[in-house]
Design a protein around this ligand. Structure first.
Ligand SMILES: [Zn+2]
Length: 556
């Protein structure tokens, strides 16, 4: 208040005018002016050199030669964009582990859309809630005091992390609390319970429904159940976002299922992290794009997102079919050893490896304290080094870690990734999570996308590979995802919009996180502002955090 009073007084002195005290507060003089950047407004328009004024949490003026402000930052030679909106992330709970959200804010992400792949922060059963609470209390000293996705948004408001967060509602989370881990159709009563939970969450500001049909228990949902849930979204404009039932040999059937659910429910569909894995499936991408075009021609609003890497990341259990993972981890581990199922499981797993190439197509990201030596290593190399048969090593890792082993799979083609990135229907996402090069998360060896997606898009694919123009890349990570999730006042640089902003040097911006050394912040991205709060300055955290829970504009 004192500073503002001073600001006002000095403005009056400078203009020689008289206004009643209080009337011009924050109007005649902005809190902050960003000077001389090439401003990309997020709509896909080319950049234009101008100043941007920020007062409180909003952009309050745009133009050449804006009047002096309390604080000024010279951005000549820099590009200024709306903060990046990552439409597909898994940062949900990791935000509570470290509210600095380092790997995300440092690559210019100001809004995370979580709750993807069928898994959202709740709704939790009482047992799940208590487990989550005690885990976060013991490991991170954090109190978790919400039990469903709408409560999560309020939790984010209270936590005030560096980034904003919105969330989808996962069908797997709904199913886990209403049905459990069983592989069977939900009863009519259970479907009604899930619909009601979903309706509550949407009313509380959640921005759609997700599924992750290669995971359990999400994948135990049949199409009819997915249609029944997605129907709740009708009229809200929110999408049904799906990690499809298959992304390799059966990907065409999987896309048909996804489009069918959207058509029958009458809601938009968002194909999550679109890809066709395995060399023998790479040709299918063209067919998928034709199917999407056909669906759109018949009135379905189908779009997709893609991450700028040729490797995906998932769990080691995903080398096995979902039906063999029914009933939880213990049941799955038993089936791996049970003579009546072991042979089938081994054949299935070896088939997945053959699809990718060889055992070195799989790299371990995270593994527990009993097998720390596996982190960051390729399966083939590890097996050789340990004198083990590779499949036997897989079994051992699963058992020692109770199924909890993360993996990276090298399965996509560069040509396909570039085609998707440039596609007008594509948004660019990370599918990543929050990590830091210090603290507990530094122990794992994650996919580099968690640190590098956006600078890689801008530096590698725009500048070096010239796959798409800069203004179009920016649109795909700002206004396009904001419009898709019906999030208002973000994703554009405009007077009145929230001041979520990122400045980067288009000549030098680049990702530095690599598959071998993922915990690296990018280069060339010195300034990130969230709700008017300067959070990254000169490439470093300022210690100020402005993130909020973000609610969509759709109404049930
Ligand atoms: Zn997924």
């Amino acid at each position: 208040m004192r500073r503002r009073t001073f600001v006002q007084t000095s403005t009056l002195a400078a203009t020689g005018a008289f206004f009643a005290p209080g009337l011009v507060l924050g109007r005649s003089r902005a809190d902050l002016v960003l000077r001389g950047a090439t401003v990309f407004d997020g709509t896909g328009s080319p950049g234009r050199e101008m100043d941007v004024a920020v007062t409180g949490d909003r952009i309050t003026a745009l133009g050449a030669g804006l009047p002096a402000a309390s604080e000024e930052i010279d951005l000549r030679g820099m590009a200024l964009s709306p903060g990046f909106i990552d439409i597909h992330t898994h940062v949900d709970m990791p935000i509570f582990e470290n509210p600095n959200v380092e790997s995300r804010i440092r690559q210019g992400v100001t809004l995370e859309v979580g709750g993807n792949c069928g898994g959202s922060p709740g709704p939790w059963s009482e047992a799940e809630y208590q487990q989550t609470r005690s885990r976060y209390r013991e490991r991170y000293g954090v109190e978790i005091d919400f039990r469903d996705p709408a409560g999560y948004l309020a939790g984010i408001d209270r936590l005030r992390p560096t980034v904003n967060a919105a969330t989808l509602v996962g069908n797997g989370s709904l199913r886990g609390s209403a049905v459990g881990d069983e592989d069977r159709p939900a009863t009519a009563a259970e479907v009604a319970v899930m619909q009601e939970e979903l309706r509550k969450a949407i009313a509380g500001g959640c921005v759609g429904l997700s599924s992750g049909l290669e995971y359990t228990p999400s994948g135990f949902a049949r199409p009819d159940e997915l249609i029944a849930l997605a129907s709740v979204l009708k009229g809200t404009g929110y999408p049904y976002a799906s990690h499809m039932r298959n992304e390799d040999d059966r990907v065409l059937g999987a896309i048909e299922e996804l489009l069918h659910v959207g058509r029958m429910a009458g809601v938009p569909v968002q194909i999550s992290h679109l890809k066709a894995q395995g060399q023998r499936n790479h040709w299918k991408q063209k067919v998928i794009l034709d199917l999407v075009a056909g669906a759109r021609a018949s009135g379905l609003d189908a779009r997709f997102d893609v991450y700028p890497y040729v490797a995906y990341s998932t769990g080691l259990t995903n080398l096995f079919p979902t039906e063999m993972r029914a009933g939880g981890t213990q049941a799955f581990l038993q089936r791996l050893r049970d003579p009546s199922t072991a042979g089938f499981l081994e054949t299935y797993c070896r088939g997945k490896i053959a699809l990718l190439g060889d055992w070195n197509s799989i790299q371990i990201t995270s593994a527990g304290e009993r097998t720390p030596w596996a982190r960051g290593r390729r399966l083939g190399d590890l097996a050789k080094e340990r004198g083990s048969e590779p499949y036997a090593l897989v079994l051992m890792l699963l058992e020692e870690n109770r199924g909890g082993v993360g993996t990276i799979g090298f399965g996509m083609s560069e040509e396909n990734v570039e085609e998707l990135l440039a596609h007008p229907l594509a948004m660019v996402c990370s599918d990543g999570s929050s990590y830091a090069p210090y603290g507990p998360s530094a122990q794992s060896s994650p996919h580099p996308r968690s640190y590098g997606t956006f600078p890689r898009l801008l530096g590698h694919y725009v500048r070096e590979r010239k796959v798409l123009p800069l203004e179009e890349a920016i649109r795909k990570v700002t206004s396009a995802p904001a419009d898709r999730m019906r999030i208002e006042g973000r994703g554009r640089i405009a007077v009145g919009a929230f001041a979520d902003l990122v400045a980067f040097d288009p000549d030098t911006v680049i990702d530095r996180a690599a598959f071998e050394s993922p915990h690296q912040y990018p280069a060339g991205m010195p300034l990130v502002i969230v709700n008017g709060v300067i959070t990254i300055r000169d490439g470093e955290q300022t210690g100020r955090r402005g993130g909020r829970g973000i609610r969509g504009a759709g109404r049930v």
